[in-house]
Design a binder for this molecule. Structure first.
Ligand SMILES: *Cc1c(COP(=O)(O)O)cnc(C)c1O
Length: 374
């Protein structure tokens, strides 16, 4: 399809780069001339700054958000015979890693208002085999961690926070990634703190587990050429660390810009017929990795396509819930079993959202939506 030159992207990191290009270029060139390309002092500095930003004692950088989840599960020895409760309405990495360690994902339905785990159903899904819960702070909106931690504590379960979409978000004035037992972050370019390639990190207030993570991510190497367990290669590149160190300094401002854009979408869209704007829980401070509306009456795909024709690009996160993906057929879930997640997949539409989105662009998004829905 031919689009006009001034079409509005769903996500744009070129604009963001242009605002910090000089700093980033200098930092990257410094890494290149240093000859130190993996790990090293920049990665250590990034770990310290991320730990401080999240308010935890330890941070371990790794190669992706997916690896962060995998390493967290491994560090707590979760594996065959164990069940891990999570949401079917998330990116596949959340449950892919549960399967990768040999454990069984147990999906529970979501809450219609927040798109996050329905905590009553979490409590109901606990069995003697349950070892952990992975809440996902989806689209940047924190899960009610007070209630979730109470359930986990009462049942002696581990909480692994999937913070991939929520770097900087808070629940009850505490940063996500500092509330559960361990927090997993992604620096994939579309995330709130996005690098120029793959990257991830784990946050934790437990020096012993942090040490285990450092060994696991470096081939299980306990001391030079001495291996006691099977590890992986999940080191972070120095160039990514250099870039992320710069971007971390801007993250809070960028998140505030996202909050402003979300508030404005809410104001402009909340009375449009057939559109349901996302709700925020009062205890949380979301960081709006996505601004995701619901489109009622089976008109989501129509709106998605019409907007595209008008040069407004939107995205569908996610078109199919994980419990109904072919890869999880063997778990035996049936259509209709987790109806809230299934309905969300048919109704959600994520609107253009990035800190540099202008009011003029936003007005065009809203105008176009009203034109199609009116
Ligand atoms: C992006 C994402 C991940 C995986 O992160 P990668 O860095 O792409 O491996 C995991 N969980 C959620 C919810 C995500 O959005």
């Amino acid at each position: 399809m031919i689009q006009s030159v001034d079409s509005i992207p769903a996500f744009d990191n070129k604009q963001q780069y242009s605002t910090i290009a000089a700093e980033v270029s200098e930092a990257v060139l410094n890494v290149l001339s240093s000859g130190r390309y993996i790990g090293g002092p920049l990665v250590e500095e990034l770990e310290q700054n991320l730990a401080a930003h999240t308010n935890v004692s330890e941070c371990v950088a790794c190669n992706s958000g997916t690896d962060a989840l995998y390493l967290a599960l491994r560090a707590y020895n979760i594996g065959a015979g164990d069940e891990v409760i999570t949401t079917p309405f998330t990116f596949v990495a959340t449950c892919e890693t549960i399967s990768a360690v040999g454990a069984k994902p147990v999906f529970v339905d979501i809450d219609a208002a927040t798109f996050n785990l329905d905590l009553q159903q979490v409590a109901a899904a606990i069995t003697p085999s349950t070892k952990a819960i992975i809440p996902v702070h989806l689209f940047g909106q924190p899960v009610d961690m007070t209630s979730l931690m109470a359930i986990a504590k009462a049942n002696n379960l581990l909480v692994i926070e999937d913070c991939a979409q929520s770097t900087g978000a808070m629940w009850d004035k505490q940063k996500v990634g500092s509330i559960g037992d361990i927090g997993c972050f992604s620096f994939y370019p579309t995330k709130n703190l996005g690098g120029c390639g793959d990257g991830g990190a784990i946050t934790i207030n437990n020096a012993e587990i942090a040490q285990k993570l450092r060994v696991l991510k470096d081939h299980g190497q306990k001391s030079k050429y001495h291996y006691e367990e099977i590890g992986v290669n999940s080191r972070l590149d120095s160039i990514q660390a250099a870039i992320l160190l710069i971007k971390l300094r801007y993250l809070d401002v960028w998140n505030q810009q996202r909050q402003k854009i979300a508030a404005r979408y809410h104001e402009l869209l909340s009375k449009v017929p057939g559109i349901v704007t996302p709700e925020e829980l009062s205890g949380g401070t979301g960081v709006w990795n996505q601004y995701t509306i619901r489109v009622k009456n089976g008109r989501r795909d129509l709106l998605h396509h019409r907007l595209k024709e008008k040069g407004v690009n939107t995205a569908i996160y996610y078109p199919r819930p994980l419990h109904l993906q072919p890869v999880y057929q063997s778990l035996g879930y049936q259509p209709g079993q987790l109806p809230v997640a299934e309905q969300a997949c048919n109704e959600v539409l994520s609107l253009p959202m990035f800190p540099e989105l202008s009011e003029e662009q936003q007005d065009r998004v809203v105008y176009s939506i009203k034109k199609v829905m009116g």
